[in-house]
Design a protein around this ligand. Structure first.
Ligand SMILES: N[C@@H](CCC(=O)N[C@@H](CS)C(=O)NCC(=O)O)C(=O)O
Length: 234
């Protein structure tokens, strides 16, 4: 049963893919929630109170108690409201989903972030790191753990790994444009590419991901700031 909206409150940031993970999970589960936009340059007392360790969004408050870290929040939601499951039923499939969620945050995400932060002379190496990680995903989809999977990693419906891998993957297209690089060549990564297009076409996902123009403007601003900082440091 969906809780009354006062039960769930999300502290988030509009451009944060970690926040989008939680928003998407809440939407897929049909859970009403209150949303508070955080200014990450001027964090609210609530954010500092509820996440004093990392001081980061997202923070989910359930009846006033904070749940922290996007993937932990997804698991919490799944355990508390299991009616629309995000985790696979089989323990081995659950272990796989957890492992690849970890891979997204531990390897793929940082590699994508490094492209965005790279100076022009380090860009090619940073792009190669992303390709190396995408090759790993493509191989799993073609002949590894996810060969023969149904439409999504979660089966016919979006699951936890779709959420974790998919929320953030739209930054690939944003960084391609801002940095003038090719990150997801459909010919090199056909299975990943078609999975991503399918994920992004889902109504629930379209409702969460901000407009590309807004993301582009934001990314260009951050890139300018980074370039300004790096020239000042020279
Ligand atoms: N591992 C965290 C990462 C969250 C994260 O990096 N949040 C960023 C926004 S995208 C943030 O709050 N940054 C503020 C800061 O670093 O001061 C999660 O999965 O929730």
């Amino acid at each position: 049963m969906a809780p009354p909206s006062s039960d769930l409150k999300l502290l988030g940031s509009w451009a944060s893919s970690y926040t989008h993970r939680v928003q998407l999970a809440l939407k897929l589960k049909g859970l009403a929630f209150e949303y508070a936009e955080e200014d990450l340059a001027d964090k609210s007392p609530s954010l500092l109170l509820y996440n004093p360790v990392y001081e980061k969004v997202p923070v989910l408050l359930h009846r006033g108690r904070p749940v922290l870290e996007s993937v932990i929040i997804l698991h919490y939601l799944d355990e508390t409201w299991p009616e629309v499951p995000l985790m696979p039923a089989d323990p081995y499939d659950r272990a796989l989903a957890r492992f690849w969620c970890h891979f997204v945050d531990d390897k793929l995400g940082p590699a994508v972030g490094a492209v965005f932060a790279s100076p022009s002379d380090g860009q090619a190496a940073a792009v190669e790191q992303v390709h190396e990680n995408l090759r790993l995903v493509e191989r799993e989809l073609r002949e590894g753990a996810f060969a023969g999977r149904r439409r999504f990693f979660g089966g016919d419906k979006i699951g936890v790994l779709d959420i974790v891998l998919g929320c953030g993957s739209y930054w690939l297209a944003v960084f391609e444009e801002v940095m003038e690089v090719k990150l997801v060549d459909p010919e090199a990564f056909p299975l990943f590419h078609s999975w991503l297009r399918d994920f992004e076409a889902q109504e629930e996902v379209k409702a969460i991901i901000p407009a590309i123009d807004r993301l582009l403007e934001y990314a260009r601003g951050v890139r300018q700031m980074m370039l300004g900082l790096s020239t000042r440091q020279q």
